[in-house]
Design a protein around this ligand. Structure first.
Ligand code: 5GP
Ligand code: MG
Length: 502
């Protein structure tokens, strides 16, 4: 620990920015936080500044809300939680004054359903009085309360402050009879069906863990005599002297004591790796790595695999759906010899930039946003056989708009290549498609989908091809349930619960 820690009772244990009324002025609806971002800095001067830097780079994982909690030299916690984006909500913060201390954790939240603006649902969550002392929790993943624990705890008098599943987890820890916090955490994980990358942050330590399936990523690094732990390891590359240590393993818990410049790794559950392959296909930043393999190189290989599976592919140019289709398009272009051209330019500040085409609730709005995000050089399309590459098709909004525009611009032939298999199943761990009926590939043949999206030819990567590329790249077990493959064990359990609840 930098400086001297005081264990005497601080005057105010928690400084909260904003009033309690503001914190309460929320709608309490159920939400399912999903591919959120986590960042922690331990044993570092001005730790919250590093957490901020990393949250900035993880905003693609969630931009609905952001929170940071720091621990200062007097063992006092400081918290700032805001609805909105990191830069807008934290730009005026003088970190060593407002969020001072040698250790901090933070969270970017992506709310897939409702309550995106609920202040009480912003993480990190804080539990002030427990037998393990005060602790904060930040969580990326889903806890599924299959035993009805929230209801049972409520009946027993537990007062829930948020509608977050993570809060149930916190109360389970607080009520555990285990002698140590570490054991209490393990007990709590066993009570909830879960995919998680998780922080538990106390006055003494930071505990970082991944579920036994390793669905969500988390990595650690050394920096300035301390440590960083983040959902995405490309965040480490922004510091010249940062030395990556590696991924936290599935079923592994890493304990960082604030006053020791080291960490302890505990394999608390047998690993059964089912890394979410969609992190590699789409969700993670291309410059992050899993098992030391860059996601962008993985995506490039997916493009090459499409050509291996379709060696007769012809066309005048290969056009990516930017940004997410880019690397697969490069791979396909290199393998096929068809030139790569960015005839659709991705606009980063379109009029509806603050709306996400994917998450807007109505189709018309989604179509308009998808249209406005991409600028097309129409004259370059006239009379051309174009091959369009995107990473995935979910509802098919994006690809339908693209095909329509290519048609209007006079393309001679339109081939769509998708660098993942058809998404035919929901993911109990979120991924923002909770309703099978919304998936264009649900109960539709490839030919039906082709007609619906208006392509002359539609090519999906095969599930076997995807698995083969994974074996040659990440070399890990994956969860491919959404593609009709194998779900992580806990995801299967969650799904059966989902079905029973329907
Ligand atoms: P669609 O337009 O078919 O509904 O969705 C596919 C497009 O959205 C693809 O371009 C893909 O990159 C992107 N996408 C796929 N999955 C997700 C997700 O979970 N969230 C968001 N925001 N975009 C996604
Ligand atoms: Mg995309």
């Amino acid at each position: 620990m930098k400086g001297k820690a005081s264990r005497s009772c601080p005057k105010s244990i928690l400084t909260m920015e904003g009033t309690w009324d503001q914190e309460q002025a929320t709608t309490m609806r159920d939400i399912f936080p999903e591919e959120c971002g986590l960042a922690a800095a331990i044993h570092m001067q001005n730790a919250s500044r590093y957490v901020y830097d990393c949250l900035m780079l993880q905003e693609h994982r969630g931009e609905d809300s952001v929170g940071i909690i720091s621990l200062d030299e007097a063992a006092q916690f400081h918290i700032r939680r805001r609805v909105g984006r990191v830069r807008e909500q934290f730009f005026d913060v003088v970190f060593d004054e407002r969020l001072p201390g040698h250790a901090a954790i933070g969270h970017n939240r992506y709310a897939t359903q409702g309550a995106a603006d609920a202040l009480t649902n912003i993480q990190p969550l804080f539990f002030q009085n427990t037998k393990y002392g005060a602790f904060a929790i930040a969580h990326n993943g889903t806890f599924l309360d299959r035993k009805g624990l929230r209801e049972r705890l409520t009946q027993e008098g537990v007062v829930f402050q948020s509608s977050l599943d993570s809060e149930v987890f916190g109360h389970l820890i607080a009520r555990s009879k285990a002698p140590t916090l570490e054991e209490a955490i393990v007990d709590a994980t066993q009570d909830l069906t879960a995919a998680y990358a998780l922080f538990v942050f106390t006055r003494e330590k930071l505990i970082a863990l991944r579920d036994p399936s390793g669905v969500r990523p988390m990595s650690m690094a050394r920096l300035n005599g301390g440590f960083l732990v983040c959902s995405e390891n490309y965040t480490f590359d922004q510091y010249p002297s940062c030395e990556p240590i590696g991924d936290i393993q599935p079923g592994e818990m890493v304990v960082f004591e604030h006053n020791a410049n080291s960490f302890k790794r505990i394999q608390y559950a047998p690993p059964e790796e089912n890394f979410c392959v969609f992190e590699g296909i789409y969700f993670s930043d291309p410059r992050s790595r899993y098992n030391n393999f860059y996601h962008e190189d993985f995506r490039f290989e997916l493009g090459r695999q499409i050509f291996r599976e379709n060696p007769g592919l012809v066309g005048d140019c290969i056009i990516p759906v930017l940004d997410s289709g880019k690397h697969a398009a490069w791979g396909l272009s290199e393998a096929s010899g068809i030139p790569y051209r960015e005839h659709f330019k991705r606009l980063h500040n379109p009029p509806r930039a603050n709306l996400r085409s994917f998450t807007s609730s109505n189709e018309e709005e989604r179509m308009r946003t998808a249209y406005q995000k991409l600028h097309l050089r129409k004259e370059l399309i006239l009379g051309k056989r174009v091959v369009i590459v995107d990473d995935s098709v979910v509802r098919s909004t994006t690809i339908r708009i693209i095909n329509q525009r290519l048609r209007e611009a006079g393309a001679a032939e339109i081939v769509n290549c998708i660098s993942s298999p058809p998404i035919e199943n929901i993911c109990p761990y979120g991924m923002d498609f909770q309703d099978r009926q919304q998936l264009v590939a649900y109960e539709r043949s490839i030919e039906d989908i082709r007609q619906k999206v208006g392509a002359d030819r539609l090519i999906y990567l095969s599930l076997e091809g995807l698995q083969q590329v994974v074996q040659e790249t990440y070399k890990c077990g994956i969860c491919s349930g959404c593609f009709g493959g194998t779900y992580a064990a806990s995801a299967l359990e969650a799904l059966s619960h989902h079905k029973r609840a329907e």
